[in-house]
Design a protein around this ligand. Structure first.
Ligand code: ADP
Ligand code: MG
Length: 474
């Protein structure tokens, strides 16, 4: 009952939660972290709460809209604001999912969430709230609003995966094909660069514009961002600001931290355009709550060379990124391994965090590996990619055609500016698997796929020279 958390008559503070009664109770609090972390858990679906919000919306800052409200409100931006399916807002089974399922029987994709959920599962869980107040209604909003989203459900904390097991376990097993959540498998990390036994071909290297490997990481003493609120995001940013200013980084990794709230629009846009920063602006991510309170608490750290980058609070608390021009994948991987260690040591020092006593610093467990907001990132949280120019292949089969080939060898193709973006002149080829495989194996997957895509481009180039030569003879 939210009313027990209310400590002022101001609706906004009701929605934001206030003080100790809403502090995060997930897992063991680290010893040195005695101060309670205020946490907005009031952005959970609560009919009563929302009714109040609607009634007094003129005087308060709304943080959730229904689809019907948003339709008539030009101030609501679906790329950033959290818009809920109307039934879900009332905590009722959204029958529209049944239509989505039917439509997909006639071909076409429907989210993994829609494939795995049923009315029975929804009814079973609809009154469950996880430690941080996450609900099944919030969890399935993206896939309900956007049936074409690939995964379609999100976690608000580590407990979500277990508390809503009948939904999340099948989704995870469907995404991470071959991984079984029956307790028989566990996830193992291996960042050893010597474990990568193959190389890019010279021909592939020549086509590569840049290489980037990122991992998602969340701090175990905060809820995941969709389950948290403004205070949560601010606390992550404040902590990381101290870490970045500390002396935890190797010389080549030292750099500066920038908050979205202090950067100019031009600065932000130029970092986005140059692929160093997340766009925000994504309706599917917005529907999961990733962009609530935008741009507060968001930020980016980058080293002087911009070869080491950390994103703050896009969706996950941290995205640790190693990137550079060209195709020296092993160098990028080696730097990533070092960077993760430096980030972790930095946080441990600032928080006086002792993993032996306090448990893993990064939210994780043996079965799921790293815990992330999106089930697709569980395990390594790693996506290693190259941007590669394959114009003939793009002309011949388009992004979808190339993606199909990549999928057969455990990789995927994306547009020129990442997820949900168009192809301009290059494509992004990356590993698809993340859970149950070592990081070095996933980089190996990526190299294998890039070599294949490059060889196909070479074959097309060869064919077209032969065709030109033949037409010359006529
Ligand atoms: P992520 O899985 O890290 O969220 P996205 O597909 O959302 O990745 O892309 C995030 C940003 O990183 C985009 O700007 C994208 O163009 C950029 N990016 C991805 N791979 C590369 C690469 N190999 N080189 C340069 N930029 C890249
Ligand atoms: Mg992304």
């Amino acid at each position: 009952d939210w009313s027990s958390d209310v400590c002022s008559s101001d609706l906004n503070s009701r929605r934001m939660g206030c003080g100790s009664s809403s502090a995060y109770k997930g897992g063991e609090e680290p010893k040195e972290n005695k101060e309670e972390i205020p946490n907005d858990t009031k952005n959970i679906v609560d009919v009563e709460d929302d009714k109040v919000a609607v009634e007094s919306s003129s005087s308060t800052k709304k943080v959730i809209w229904t689809q019907s409200e948003a339709k008539d409100d030009s101030n609501v931006d679906p790329n950033f604001n959290l818009i809920m399916n109307d039934s879900l807002m009332k905590n009722e089974w959204p029958a529209v999912i049944e239509d989505h399922k039917k439509a997909s029987e006639e071909g076409g994709h429907v989210s993994l969430m829609a494939q795995c959920i049923s009315k029975e599962i929804f009814e079973k869980y609809k009154d469950t709230k996880t430690k941080t107040g996450w609900t099944i209604a919030r969890a399935i909003n993206t896939g309900t609003c956007y049936p074409s989203s690939f995964v379609g459900c999100h976690a608000g904390d580590k407990e979500s995966y277990y508390d809503f097991k009948d939904l999340f376990f099948p989704v995870v097993e469907k995404y991470h094909k071959g991984y079984k959540l029956d307790g028989s498998m566990s996830h193992v990390t291996n960042m050893d660069v010597d474990n990568i036994k193959i190389d890019l071909t010279d021909s592939a290297k020549a086509k590569i514009i840049s290489t980037r490997i990122r991992v998602a990481r969340n701090l175990s003493f905060f809820p995941l961002n969709p389950g948290g609120g403004l205070d949560n995001r601010m606390a992550v940013a404040d902590l990381m600001e101290k870490v970045f200013a500390s002396d935890s980084f190797d010389d080549d990794l030292k750099g500066n931290f920038f908050r979205h709230t202090t950067m100019t629009e031009e600065q932000t846009q130029s970092l986005v355009d140059d692929h160093f920063l997340f766009r925000g602006k994504d309706k599917m991510q917005a529907a999961s709550g990733y962009h609530q309170y935008w741009p507060e608490g968001r930020g980016v750290f980058h080293s002087k060379s911009k070869e080491f980058v950390v994103w703050l609070n896009e969706g996950d608390h941290l995205r640790i990124i190693s990137m550079e021009q060209g195709g020296d994948v092993k160098r990028v991987f080696e730097r990533l391994g070092r960077a993760i260690k430096c980030v972790k040591e930095g946080i441990k020092n600032i928080k006086s965090y002792d993993e032996e006593k306090d448990g893993p610093l990064f939210m994780s467990d043996e079965m799921f590996g790293m815990i992330t907001c999106c089930p697709s990132n569980l395990g390594t949280g790693m996506r290693g990619s190259v941007h590669i120019k394959v114009p003939l292949l793009i002309a011949k089969m388009g992004l979808d055609g190339i993606d199909k080939i990549c999928r057969e060898i455990n990789c995927q193709a994306r547009g020129s500016s990442g997820e949900h973006s168009e192809v301009v002149d290059r494509i992004d080829v990356s590993n698809w698997r993340r859970l149950g495989y070592q990081e070095s194996q996933l980089v190996t997957d990526m190299i294998t796929c890039v070599n294949k895509i490059s060889a196909m481009e070479d074959d097309l180039a060869q064919e077209s020279t032969v065709m030109v030569a033949e037409s010359d003879m006529e």
